[in-house]
Design a protein around this ligand. Structure first.
Ligand SMILES: Nc1ncnc2c1ncn2[C@@H]1O[C@H](COP(=O)(O)OP(=O)(O)OP(=O)(O)O)[C@@H](O)[C@H]1O
Ligand SMILES: [Mg+2]
Length: 252
């Protein structure tokens, strides 16, 4: 359902060039749990942001449901980012002065979902992640694991087909990490989950597929996928405006 073809992303700073992504080709199944492992600076976040449409490539193509994104209009990218993809970050990106419920509703601000439906979806997502009883608390009244659950609820509230997680347990203790991983694993039964992690044990324990990254290249893929034409059905949901600074503003 999602395929990267010969993706390159180079950064030029002064005289030096960093090949953050150096000709990456990989395809993902509609439902699977993929872990991306690799040293710091190997290009993992760059790849995740590219897959989520948060960043542009220099060359290559991202294919979504057999459709080249080279032909994507701005509105297609907006629809994809706002309705098809959910993001979870190591740092939660929760707004401190809003209630938990409001934080989850915020995630749907740009999705075109009406207010009543937004609230209903947020409540459902919070219950799903086990935060039903804590819904009216402020973020500073929560533990780290509960904060990450809020972030997960925000990411899944609009039921995205793709969930992208960048070090989701990086700031959590072992016991809490296991609880969060159990939750993400459960969510991967219904969607494609791609998770960047530094923890090979967690990857081996939870993911169905491990991709090892180094120097902007895939070094090993434990369960590669060859896209079969017509085997996947993936529809971009409704159109809406996307603010590229939305996620960074959330944490400001
Ligand atoms: N905006 C930028 N300008 C210049 N270089 C950048 C920029 N963003 C990333 N890079 C470089 O691209 C490379 C890949 O970065 P990336 O953040 O994808 O690594 P990573 O694998 O996610 O690392 P980590 O595990 O530390 O999060 C690194 O060498 C990084 O310094
Ligand atoms: Mg990173």
């Amino acid at each position: 359902m999602l395929e990267l073809k010969h993706i390159k992303k180079y950064y030029h700073v002064g005289d030096s060039t960093t090949k953050a992504l150096d000709d990456v080709s990989v395809a993902f199944r509609q439902r699977e749990f993929v872990a991306i492992l690799g040293p710091s600076g190997s290009g993992k976040t760059t790849m995740l942001n590219g897959i989520g449409g948060l960043d542009v490539y220099d060359s290559g193509d991202l294919i979504i449901k057999g459709k080249s994104t080279k032909d994507f209009k701005a509105s297609d990218w907006d629809a994809y980012r706002n309705n098809s993809v959910g993001f979870i970050f190591q740092s939660y990106n929760i707004i401190g002065h809003l209630s938990i419920l409001n934080n989850v509703e915020m995630g749907m601000t740009l999705s075109g979902v009406g207010n009543a439906e937004k609230k209903a979806k947020a409540i459902k997502a919070l219950e799903r992640v086990g935060l039903g009883p804590h819904m009216n608390k402020r973020p500073n009244q929560l533990s780290g694991g509960q904060m990450q659950r809020v972030a997960i609820a925000r990411a899944i509230a609009n039921d995205p087909e793709i969930l992208l997680c960048d070090e989701p347990t990086g700031a959590l203790d072992t016991e809490t990490s296991v609880q969060i991983m159990d939750l993400i694993k459960e969510l991967s039964a219904e969607r494609l989950v791609i998770m960047v992690t530094h923890n090979p044990e967690l990857a081996a324990q939870y993911a169905n597929r491990i991709i090892n990254f180094a120097d902007g290249k895939i070094q090993h893929d434990s369960n590669p996928y060859q896209e079969e034409t017509g085997s996947d059905h993936f529809a971009l949901k409704v159109d809406c405006k996307f603010n590229p600074n939305f996620w960074t503003n959330l944490s400001a």
